[in-house]
Design a protein around this ligand. Sequence first.
Ligand SMILES: Nc1ncnc2c1ncn2[C@@H]1O[C@H](COP(=O)(O)OP(=O)(O)OP(=O)(O)O)[C@@H](O)[C@H]1O
Ligand SMILES: [Mg+2]
Length: 472
Amino acid sequence: MNLPLPPVLVVDDEKNMRRSLQLMLNDEGYAVRAAESAEEALALIAHEEFFMVITDARLGGISGYELLGKIHSQWPELPALMITAYATPKLAVEAIKAGAIDYLAKPFEPEELFHAVARCAERYRLLRENAALRSRAGDVFSLEQIVGESSKMRDLRQLIRTVAATDARVLVLGESGTGKELVAGAIHSLSPRRNENYTRINCAAIPEQLLESELFGHERGAFTGAIKQKNGRVEEADGGTIFLDEIADMGKPLQAKLLRFLEDGSFTRVGGTDELRVNVRLIAATNRDITQAIATGDFREDLFHRLNVVQFNLPPLRERGDDVLMLSAHFLKSFRAKMNKNINGFTASAQQRLLAQRWPGNVRELRNVIERALILETSHEIQPASLPNFAGEAHLQKGHGLAPAPDESLDTALERLEKEIIQNTLEQNNFSLTRTAERLKMTRHALRYRMQKLNMKIAGENGEMAATGHND
Ligand SMILES: Nc1ncnc2c1ncn2[C@@H]1O[C@H](COP(=O)(O)OP(=O)(O)OP(=O)(O)O)[C@@H](O)[C@H]1O
Ligand SMILES: [Mg+2]
């Protein structure tokens, strides 16, 4: 990483001292800004970035010690070096107490100064590098994190691998909680850009007026409160990937600017005139019906086509069959370790209940349900009683289960309802197949056949608890 070093700020009320410090430091390759008072220095620090401050102890107005104190409290990461006229241990202690990281007594050798400045430069670089590393390592995404062996999920992983290798733009669609963020992260992590920044912006979480400045940056004075020039996140993402989450929530004026950016990577900071250019790969996602948003005029169709080079459609959890159990086991394992609980799995009836759910909140909802179940469970297996009363909840959202999900066919919706009805009746009858069949006015044989067709697990025949195993 080759990080440019911002200037050092020299504060001294004596013109000659300022000049000689400036010359010495320039000769060593440092950029220098000078201020003749603490007041001026504080104003500069508020607007510009410096890697360190060098101040004389005695200044007109506010003293050097007070300046150190203010810097220390407001910009704790900005190191300051103090220059004093007399070297007494007492003054040195004062300087350090006020927040100086070092002090020099006049007269000093240039080498002493350079040594102290070089240390601060090194420190600055380390801090910046760590921050950059942290922002990259914060979320480590991989394909293995995307749990599921249903054919849809296998295809999805294959598509991620294929698309990651390219620079193609990706639009990730899917209901809330289906794993869009995981997919976006995995694409970046598997791409040739994986060692560069991955920048994520949630367009719905940032007020519209601020979103443009967040994305493209602003010049100083562009609007009230813009006291510093600020780089846009697209600049931060240069060379890497930017993930625009909840893209359908972006307002129309910004959509036009994004369109231009997508055409050639060029943009202008808010309040600026210079045309800047970066090289970023864009991934966008939304859980909204984007076709609908285009139809109502809320989303630009031309922008949609620009974004939609490769489209990922994440299936809702209810269409992933046994993945529900696999995910449940996965979440059980991860929460079990955190909670330090000795729970080994799910009883067959608990599994059946999980399988029969509609999961409007998808994987996120399942995750929460498993976490809660682990908290409630007192035995070594999750029992149905530790799962939420889905049937009761469905009752509350009256008629909800009857409406098909956005891309659900009538047949799939009917199957889902059938499953729910059978599951609820099983529960009401203590999982006795005989009594459930009676209640549903069908033969046991017909019920078993129906459950098999619906991919519902059917238990062994011995005893009341009929639904307790994988074997038929
Ligand atoms: N296939 C999966 N395997 C393991 N965990 C998953 C999977 N899919 C989703 N998750 C987990 O479920 C939660 C929700 O996923 P994510 O945040 O990616 O959803 P989303 O599609 O972005 O939802 P929203 O539209 O609400 O933002 C996360 O904790 C994520 O780690
Ligand atoms: Mg999301």
